[in-house]
Design a protein around this ligand. Structure first.
Ligand SMILES: C[S@@+](CC[C@H](N)C(=O)[O-])C[C@H]1O[C@@H](n2cnc3c(N)ncnc32)[C@H](O)[C@@H]1O
Length: 150
């Protein structure tokens, strides 16, 4: 679907003229999926191994992460439009953006709790992602409460 096309029931709004904050992309996610059609709607622990390639600058920030079985990954859905307030997902009723986990949202931040398979240098291998190859990485956090002192 072309981004300018709206499905039945969908409503787009004008975006604010300027943003309120800036963020840093801290790495890139490598997955087998090049198109939205082939990409799973939701990651699964049975899914393929994907790589999270952290920029070298942030590598020390991984200290201690290998001790965690699961980590929260936050990523930026860089190919999603940002102006819809009502959306009609395929074969589902129209809902408000904040009642959906769609990548289409004012700040297209996605999150997944993934299984950590390995850490080598600045690259993590994980299972459970659902994003396109090349999706920018925003943050990594251990699973809440999974580690003493977390
Ligand atoms: C429904 S979202 C769920 C994302 C995340 N697990 C969450 O709950 O926040 C996953 C879908 O977003 C779409 N998607 C994946 N990577 C994207 C990207 N870089 N830009 C735009 N859309 C993307 C694909 O259609 C994929 O099936």
């Amino acid at each position: 679907m072309n981004d300018s096309e709206l499905r039945t029931g969908e409503v787009a709004v004008d975006l604010p003229r300027q943003t309120d904050a800036a963020l840093y992309f801290i790495g890139t996610i490598r997955t087998p999926w090049k198109t939205r059609q082939e990409c799973p709607k939701r990651g699964s622990p049975d899914g393929p191994i994907c790589s999270i390639v952290l920029d070298e600058r942030w590598r020390q920030g991984l200290t201690g992460i290998a001790g965690h079985k699961r980590i929260q990954v936050l990523y930026w859905m860089n190919r999603a439009r940002r102006d819809l307030v009502l959306q009609t997902p395929f074969q589902r009723p129209t809902r408000g953006t904040f009642a959906l986990r769609s990548p289409v949202r004012p700040n297209p931040i996605a999150s997944s709790l993934v299984d950590l398979v390995s850490v080598e240098g600045a690259t993590l291998q994980v299972r459970g992602l659902d994003c396109l190859d090349g999706t920018p990485l925003l943050d990594l956090k251990p699973e809440h409460g999974a580690h003493e002192g977390a």
